[in-house]
Design a protein around this ligand. Structure first.
Ligand SMILES: C[S@@+](CC[C@H](N)C(=O)[O-])C[C@H]1O[C@@H](n2cnc3c(N)ncnc32)[C@H](O)[C@@H]1O
Length: 293
């Protein structure tokens, strides 16, 4: 009698679970048109891994089956947001490119207060917020300033195209190591390490800061944005690099239109040259200031 092998080889799936060149090109085209994000051939493996995970969650045995559902069986409409979510790169950190937060605390807010901003709400916008670390870093900086400036009022808007990251941003629960760049005194005041989460290895932003931050979906490719046009500071960092130069210019021009006179637009360090190329008045590395008049 034949004996069964100890480690039988996994049965090959009926279809392939690799992403074909054709399907990669189809998805890259759709993503580029909708989000502005370029997906060069070097992103093929990354997209394949993420799509495999999504295909499994959606109940498909292989990527081929999933792509057949998307493109031949009319499933793209239903799966569209998931395809967008898996195509975005959401890396973010607290106090990322920290000099921008020093500039906010030491230059921008003191100048606003000197101009009488204590009588109104200072508006700040994290325009590609990912899971919210940028918005909550801004909130920590503003909360610290409010300790010595009674009456300082502020509101922070976080927007992103990915609904998955916006959900995380609203929950405001992060792996503990993500808080390493947060100075200890701020960790003590603004992060709940031991309660309110119920998951080991994770910690949550305090409710006082969560209340200061609102998150909503916004596609930077849209021709207009449903956001106030008197924003004091807009952070648009580490997203423009994924766009073609013409799209970068169009997005920056639209955001500029949402700044109040004298407002600041803050680009990621590796994106600073976009502002320079567009001839925007520069106040510091990556920081551009709209004419106050
Ligand atoms: C690498 S993260 C940057 C997060 C944060 N600004 C930072 O610097 O840490 C880029 C974010 O941009 C978002 N994004 C990409 N294309 C977008 C678009 N067309 N509209 C809005 N957000 C977009 C992605 O979903 C992602 O969360």
């Amino acid at each position: 009698m034949a004996t069964a092998p100890c480690n039988p080889a996994p049965r090959p799936a009926a279809g392939s679970s690799t992403l074909s060149e054709r399907d990669f090109a189809r998805i890259a085209g759709i993503i580029s048109e909708h989000t502005g994000i370029k997906l060069p051939a070097t992103k093929h493996l990354m997209l394949e891994g993420r799509l495999r995970r999504r295909a499994g969650l959606a109940g498909f045995a292989t990527i081929d089956d999933y792509c057949a559902y998307l493109f031949e069986e009319g499933g793209l409409k239903e799966e569209f947001q998931h395809v967008v979510d898996v195509s975005t790169t959401n890396k973010t950190d607290f106090f990322r490119e920290a000099s921008h937060f020093d500039f906010l605390a030491e230059r921008i807010v003191p100048a606003l207060l000197a101009q009488g901003a204590a009588n109104r709400t200072i508006k700040l916008w994290s325009a590609a917020s990912s899971t919210g670390a940028e918005a909550y870093t801004i909130a920590m900086v503003m909360a610290e300033l409010a300790r010595s400036n009674t009456g300082l009022r502020y509101a922070i808007l976080g927007t992103d195209i990915s609904t998955a990251v916006l959900e995380s941003a609203r929950r405001a629960i992060y792996p503990r190591p993500m808080f390493d760049p947060v100075p200890p005194a701020l960790q003590r005041r603004y992060v709940m390490f031991d309660n309110g989460v119920g998951e080991s290895g994770r910690a949550r932003i305090v409710p006082e800061l969560r209340r200061k931050c609102g998150f909503q979906q916004l596609n930077l490719m849209d021709k207009s944005y449903p956001v106030d046009r008197d924003v004091d500071v807009i952070f648009i960092r580490n997203v423009l690099i994924y766009f073609e130069p013409a799209v970068q210019n169009a997005v920056v021009t639209r955001l500029w239109g949402h700044l109040r006179p004298g407002g600041h637009l803050i680009l990621g360090h590796s994106e600073s040259m976009i502002g320079t190329r567009m001839g925007l008045p520069q106040a510091a590395s990556g920081v551009f200031r709209k004419d106050p008049n």
